[in-house]
Write a protein that binds this ligand. Sequence first.
Ligand code: C2E
Ligand code: CA
Ligand code: CA
Length: 551
Amino acid sequence: MATTGDDRTDTAGRKAPLERAERDLVALGILVAAIFLFVGTGSTVMTGIVRSWIYGVGSPDVLLTNALILNVALLLFGWRRYAELQREIAERRKAEETATRLAQTDALTGCLNRRSLDEAIARLVGEAAASGEAVAVMMIDLDKFKRSNDLLGHKAGDAVLVETARRIEGLIPARGVVARLGGDEFICAAIFAPGSENAIERLAVRINDGLAKPIICGGLRAEVTASIGVSLGFGSAGQTPVQVAQDLLHRADLAMYQAKRRGRNRFAWFEPSMESELRFRGELEAGIREGLKRGEFVPYYEKQIDLETGEITGFEMLARWISSRHGVVSPDVFIPVAEEIGLIAELSEALITLALEDAKAWDPGLTLSVNISPLQLRDPWFAQRLLKMLVAANFPPTRLEIEITETCLHENIAVVRSLITSLKNQGIRISLDDFGTGYSSLAQLRTLPFDRIKIDRSFVSSLARSADSASIVEAISSLGRGMALPITAEGVESAEVLSALRRFGQFKGQGYLYGQPASAEDVKRDLAARGLLIASAAPAGTPDSPAARSA
Ligand code: C2E
Ligand code: CA
Ligand code: CA
């Protein structure tokens, strides 16, 4: 921006308006005063000068003549300064306009940017309120844009964003705006007549379809789709248009996440339940952080049984959150959240430490199984940390089994393979959990050195009543036999399931038939009663041998 040395400027480099007005006024004042002076002195002095030159009568007053010359100089100076100022002002105005445009638009796509968005939507809200209409806001987020960006390069990524903006702009109605929020997020908002929900949905579908068409740039073909969240609102009596705009944006954002969850490349309307979901989610996150500090996460244990002999062979540790606020919370609720907020490793390691201490008191013949999140397997130091925990607890690695799910196998098979190998070298055993629910192929089963597969409980618990489940369990058990992989059946809920299972071969099993997962204290009591607690840990008055292992 053009500024002169004596100008005071604010932090954004803009000239203080009062000062500018003052300067304009001074320049104008000088000019006007010069004109008055010229008119006042000019007439007398000029007559004297003319008379002395033409008629040779008298001589002009020297003082007045000098004053007149000075006055002319002043006039010229004033005029030049005034003209200069006019030019300066015009330049500054142009620079300000450019700066405003740059501040309000996104440099890459030329759409509005985040800064100017609230105000632009607020303007639409005000306009719509005046005419009894409504404003629809769409939050448009490209799906897996990062992947195509990594794959095709940033230049192609930029071209995709520019083309996306152009396509959205080509589709929105006349009274609408398009903005890019940064990254691959776009917003469009437009005024609609009341009862236009169908038209809004048609627009969302057109945007989905339009963005899904391949984009060709520099010989490369990029294919992206978008998830769209839609909110619709009217001006409200208690809120300013800016507040309404912010609400609409927030709601469209929540709806967009719903569209992602429902499978991407689609749109979703905002629903009020999304707000309470979000609040619950926020409470959950805060609760997990706090609960971790307060030691509210504890291991529960589920018996694992040799179905042939009926003996207990070990326990699977299952996390429980004994929350002061929510009661006993299932891992299906808090594990995914802990994974998302980056606390899964800390949480899991705290639980494993507790479990190793508990299991040390059990009969040395009993194993301990722990579930490991796919995220933990991405950590190259995981194996080392696990071994350190085993050493610290003085727990033999051969008694530990870790359970990983098939989803791990899609992440980075090479990393998982080297991790599994180093754990196995230490004597730790590895089970493939929830088998049958994912996509692991026979080839993967063969290349990864698993020690056991666990048939998912969904097949086992329905075994007695579903022919499909029965054939899946049969197929998995013959696969296990063929590959010499022992099998555990999860979800053994009834005696019928147990006898159906027995027909297919030899299994280990676990499930509600043998009891619900129990706390460390309950397990200790149970094991003590069976004589399966090491002598030093057995509560007084309980038999410590001979063992009555049978469940
Ligand atoms: P999972 O590894 O498949 O664990 C078995 C789940 O089935 C447990 O649910 C258990 O309570 C339940 N279950 C046991 N027997 C029966 C039965 O007969 N019928 C039925 N319908 N269900 C039965 P839970 O404890 O809610 O655990 C759910 C999942 O949470 C686990 O599934 C596991 O994947 C995960 N999880 C639990 N603890 C941890 C942990 O410490 N770390 C990680 N990463 N995941 C964990
Ligand atoms: Ca498991
Ligand atoms: Ca399982």
